[in-house]
Ligand binder design. Sequence first.
Ligand code: 5CA
Length: 451
Amino acid sequence: MRLTKYFLPVLKETPSDAQIASHRLMLRAGMIRQSAAGLYSWLPLGYKVLRRIEDIVHEEQQRAGAIAMLMPTIQSADLWRESGRYDDYGQEMLRITDRHERDLLFGPTNEEMITDIFRKLVNSYKDLPKILYHIQWKFRDEIRPRFGVMRAREFLMKDAYSFDLTEADAIHSYNRMMVAYLKTFERMDLKAVPMRADTGPIGGDHSHEFLILAETGESEVFLDRDVVEKSLGDRAFDYEDRAQVASIVEEWTTPYARTDETHDAALFEKQVPQERQVTARGIEIGHVFYFGTKYSAPMKAEVNDPERGLVPVEMGSYGIGISRLVAAIIEANHDENGMIWPEAVTPFDVAIVNLKQGDAQADGACESLYAGLKAAGLDPLYDDRSERAGAKFATMDLIGIPWRITVGPRGLKNGVVELTSRRSGASEELSPEAALAKLASIYQPVRSPSA
Ligand code: 5CA
């Protein structure tokens, strides 16, 4: 993309009503625009990041065996009356009446709808297990929407639902999703920690929240430092192998890690040596629940088990805050000059800054780099504006492109361009070909991971 052709409405002023860095930066960099309280348009730069995050989530869900589908945003109130949640959900639910006076609602989550689909279309135990998911907009009429897309009213969620015959099978589905989440967040360079959680209005007996540590997080968290250091890396495992998947879950859930809702101060003292005790704040980016037959029993989502006859299916649900993740990643990756995108989710892979727009040699070198990067499968943003170098650098720093190639007449005389890392600030002089080869080798494993 050429910057002169793009839509990047960068604000000069820092928006005064934005309290946290991610909200300020997303507004300043022209990623989002508020249309009403808790409702945002995703402008092109923000939308690119959102899509990158969605892609990673899709890949890892499917790798873990979940199947993609799409359900509507508007739901019938009758389904929610069957589960008993129509009244329980309270004022957070946006209730709508259509022209025929039918009660509808804008879905805050989809347990009822997927249970309805399942009960109508599946009746044999032979069709189990299944994990179905979608990525769809949700609406929750939050009493205090704030921090931009972090706590919005309309937000994008990945929600998966598992269906199993027995509790043991359901726990395996739960564990699969837990491991898929570890993998998903690791690919985004996030240190996400599963913490024992309250189940809230979703219900159930078994639940973990995934949080990343950040000063601006809304939850207080208490944890053993050891769990933050853990990583799956390129560890090989098989999602079908129950014992293996369970042992990964155990490894991550054995160290103490809880939010203030479930924190037990005495247990924390007993279980975690003083020097490893961490009290911090966290942002919830995902939440997994095993709730057994909470919905399948009242809604009669049953299958024929050869031994037990008709039995309600065992279910779980698994959410990821896709739009919240954009903000959470910024909270974890920024400095005083702007955002610093991890390569896995960056809106553009590399910025090309032409120091002397209009100079035939500099323009030619930029054009050929731009074409070469695209041919190598990379997504460059070429700043082809006739601006001062300082202004071009400031824009690229603000929008956080992880790599910058600076092209100017002086370097070109010696056959070199400058490659700069946004994160470390370190620069090196390389031939244009070598810069291209280096970037290709950085992005290849990020875009097509094997493990
Ligand atoms: N049905 C379950 C899982 S499918 C569920 O709804 N879980 S949840 O309530 O925990 O939401 C899942 C994720 O959505 C949360 O972990 C959070 O990351 C995100 N989320 C929840 N509320 C908001 C909000 N108001 N704004 C942005 N993201 C939100």
